[in-house]
Write a protein that binds this ligand. Sequence first.
Ligand code: DAK
Length: 259
Amino acid sequence: MSDFENILVSQEGRVKVVQLNRPKALNALNMPLMLEVLSVCQAADRDETVGCIVLKGSEKAFAAGADITEMADKDFEHMYGVNPFGEWDKIGQTRTPMVASVSGFALGGGCELAMMCDMIIASTTAKFGQPEITLGIIPGAGGTQRLTKAVGKAKAMDLCLTGRFMGAEEAERSGLVARVVEPDALEAEVMKAANTIAGQSKVATVAGKDAVNRAFETGLTEGIGAERRVFAGLFSTHDQKEGMAAFMEKRTPVWKRDR
Ligand code: DAK
């Protein structure tokens, strides 16, 4: 397929492979890219020839988060009233099983996108994090909910409040990642898992995914709703404007209390 500007899409047997492709911005997730990913996911759900979707980035970055330049000047009314990134949630509603192949940075919205997949296979180079706090905001695409359910309160608080990154081995130990392999084995390991999933009955894998998610997701909608309100609210603060401006200007932020 060549209709996409921000992703590369191919099909290998029954596996649809989607590669995020904004290398200069470390695959920062802007809306056009997310809409392209969503359209592939929705098409896969309607396509009997697709049994599994693999979502991957580059060696350096799965994705370094939502595109900060797209968000920096937004305010509360827009973030809450218009909910401009609402389409993100639909990727998490894909029925076809999804495997995230993570090498390098999976930060902020990148970590959240990986967590929307059904399993994460990581290279030893992977670094997961929710560094939104350093921008004066909090995770906004389910991070406070899915991460907490995956790794528990202690690690989720650690990552969300300090903004530190977690390496692949810690992520596997903590339950975020299903398998960790050496970088040169990542592609083969991911395709082996994806082909195995895609080789099963599609209706059975969709049902299995749905059933596991019932256990995992109880209360998630409420949690994400609460998260979204607080997330949008932060766009009425000085610290959000300053945190994002400081990132784009490559300087340390001066928070309101320090002015
Ligand atoms: N957005 C835009 N550009 C980014 C970016 C990002 N998230 N991350 C990196 N880039 C760009 C850099 O600005 C730089 O561009 P140039 O200066 O070359 O033009 C280029 O990518 C290379 O980055 P660096 O020069 O910084 O590379 P380093 O190796 O030195 O550092 C890094 C890599 C990943 C540590 C660093 O780039 C970094 O800290 N990036 C930002 C990470 C971050 O804070 N991520 C969280 C963003 S906030 C929602 C949905 C989603 C979200 C919220 C709501 N709803 C559904 C409501 C998500 C929010 C976020 O993800």
